[in-house]
Design a protein around this ligand. Structure first.
Ligand SMILES: [Zn+2]
Length: 288
């Protein structure tokens, strides 16, 4: 879902359509001054979603990634694309869950920032450099802390796998940028690309499976009952994701099945925390 079940599960439906418009806007707004011909619309979408081409970009360091993520976050907020939900108690609650998961993740050595977006849509997303967002709608849709932890773990998984960086490379290719991108010289362009990608472009299916697996494992290490992650995804699929979502992402159910199998074969036996729904309900009281 950059998309859990992408926990962008629910959001992917809308995102998929918006991605086309978003990327077109991106092409126009970023204004690439490169002489090479830009791929046609179909062409660059193919490039983005197929992920076949790997951009030969010098490796972005952790500090560069964190610094870019900080600017992308600032632009997301400043531009009004997202509105942060400010309740201190709820932010502390979400941040505590997130920090515990981040510390147990495969990439614990960068700073993480967890924020709540005021939006009724069930959505979560991440951008590079440790920035994770969950909507008020998603927090309300979850019934237990373990369910919420599964989503956050999934998004941390995207960061651990550097999916946003990969998306950025692919978007740069799609814009006809060839050769190495210098992070310093192209900073503004990269921030613009990253801002669009964070909010509008779904991750690839492979990226979603990777983030599911990483999130599942991470929450188990912290002690969260991994059944929570499976429960929540099932619930989102069952309650009727918009048809576009299911038609454009027919693997949503497959992802649930895959997680169910993982639960049966690889669950951490000692991980049983976070299944008390009344405790969760009182923790998210500001939304109720
Ligand atoms: Zn995802």
């Amino acid at each position: 879902m950059s998309n859990i079940l992408n926990f962008r599960l629910i959001s992917e439906n809308k995102l998929y359509r918006r991605a086309v418009l978003g990327m077109m806007a991106l092409l126009m707004s970023v204004g690439v001054g490169v002489a090479t011909a830009q791929p046609s619309e179909a062409g660059w979408l193919d490039l983005i979603f197929s992920g076949v081409r790997v951009y030969q970009l010098s490796n972005m360091s952790d500090s560069q990634e964190v610094s870019l993520g900080k600017d992308i976050n600032a632009q997301l907020v400043r531009s009004g694309q997202i509105k942060l939900y400010k309740d201190a108690a709820l932010n502390t609650y979400v941040n505590d869950i997130g920090q515990a998961l981040a510390g147990a993740s495969d990439r614990p050595n960068i700073p993480y920032t967890f924020q709540i977006v005021e939006d009724d849509a069930v959505n979560a997303f991440a951008t590079m450099g440790g920035y994770v967002y969950v909507t008020t709608g998603l927090i309300e849709a979850a019934d237990t802390e373990a369910e919420l932890a599964g989503v956050i773990g999934h998004e941390i998984g995207h960061i651990g796998e550097r999916h946003a960086v990969q998306q950025m490379r692919q978007a740069a290719i799609a814009q006809g940028v060839t050769g190495a991108i210098d992070v310093g010289q192209n900073r503004e362009r990269l921030i613009n690309i990253g801002t669009q990608l964070a909010w509008q472009l779904p991750n690839s299916r492979q990226a979603e499976y990777e983030a599911d697996a990483a999130g599942f494992e991470t929450m188990g290490r912290v002690g969260y009952d991994q059944e929570g992650m499976v429960n929540f995804m099932q619930k989102l699929v069952r309650r009727g994701s918009p048809p576009e979502f299911l038609s454009t992402h027919p693997d949503a159910r497959n992802r649930v099945t895959s997680l169910q199998e993982r639960l049966e074969t690889e669950a951490t036996p000692s991980a049983t925390y976070g299944m008390n729904s009344s405790a969760y309900s009182s923790n998210i009281a500001p939304l109720r």
